[in-house]
Design a protein around this ligand. Structure first.
Ligand SMILES: [Zn+2]
Length: 289
């Protein structure tokens, strides 16, 4: 290291990722069956085809018995460095929630949310990672997976949550992954990521490794304590015997206020710095730094 070179420069550009967060929100709400859902799907397919070695649109019909509807859902799977061993999935959900049941205004609780943090933030990190990975030679195959239908369900019943990741696990369109990292709700401007408990039980070694990278980078958004149990897209993998973790900050923006599943989940509550911290940690991990 040269004299005067005191900190690692960051490759992951939070501003760039934030533009992708805004771009998704400009489409509008992206809940299953909506015009925004169709438009976002096409945007993602076009985007990832420009950067990945291969892109698979895993389409399926999902019956929602409780609402007596059937939706066409799609997981979007982008492969990088194909043909290597130890495949790693980095995943995020791309659908947004069809109802804002936590909104302070009862009249608007049946309306879909914009999902700047709850949806767009994780995908924004994956979009910028795709650009960075396009030119990288890595020692393992990496799949960036956008899961559909994560956020449809009704609270108290997990049946209609994580629809895309459940379908993916039951119908693997790729070789069995060695590890899975899910990112969800990581755009919060007041980002604070504890160690989610299912994740810690599944792969504490990987969690410690990521937290160590964050510490070395000086990202204090990663907290060295256990958080709550959260049912997210990592759980279907764990149930199938695949090691999986979830990077998630459930308290949005903090423990005293709530934008989660409300119409306040908009880009102004998110920040480029938060996206950069998570994106750079993932980048360092996959490049072995
Ligand atoms: Zn949600």
């Amino acid at each position: 290291m040269a004299i005067g070179c005191n900190s690692a420069s960051s490759e992951f550009d939070g501003q760039q990722a934030f533009q992708y967060l805004e771009q998704q929100c400009e489409i509008g709400t992206r809940e299953p069956g909506s015009p925004g859902h169709r438009q976002a799907k096409n945007m993602y397919l076009n985007f990832f085809k420009q950067h990945a070695d291969t892109v698979i649109a895993q389409e399926f019909e999902q019956e929602i018995g409780i609402d007596n509807v059937t939706y066409n859902l799609t997981n979007i799977v982008s492969g990088f460095n194909m043909g290597k061993t130890k495949p790693l999935i980095i995943g995020a959900h791309w659908d947004t929630r069809p109802r804002a049941e936590k909104d302070p205004d009862p009249a608007r609780r049946n309306q879909p949310i914009l999902g700047a943090n709850d949806g767009a933030s994780g995908v924004a990190v994956l979009m910028h990672l795709a650009e960075l990975m396009a030119d990288l030679e890595l020692d393992r195959t990496i799949y960036l997976v956008l899961f559909d239908g994560e956020d449809y369900g009704y609270h108290g019943d997990n049946t209609y949550f994580c629809l895309g990741s459940k379908y993916f696990v039951d119908n693997l369109p790729i070789p069995q992954p060695e590890q899975v990292i899910i990112v969800d709700m990581i755009g919060d401007a007041q980002l604070s990521i504890p160690m989610e408990r299912y994740s810690y039980r599944s792969n504490s070694q990987l969690m410690k490794k990521l937290w160590k990278i964050a510490e070395e980078r000086g990202y204090d958004q990663f907290k060295y304590h256990l958080g709550e149990i959260i049912y997210d897209d990592h759980v279907p993998f764990i149930q199938a015997g695949i090691k999986a973790i979830d990077l998630i900050d459930f308290y949005y923006p903090n423990r005293h206020m709530n934008y989660w599943h409300t119409h306040q989940d908009t880009p102004d509550k998110c920040s480029p710095e938060s996206l950069e911290a998570v994106g750079q940690v993932l980048y360092d991990y996959i490049t072995g730094k």
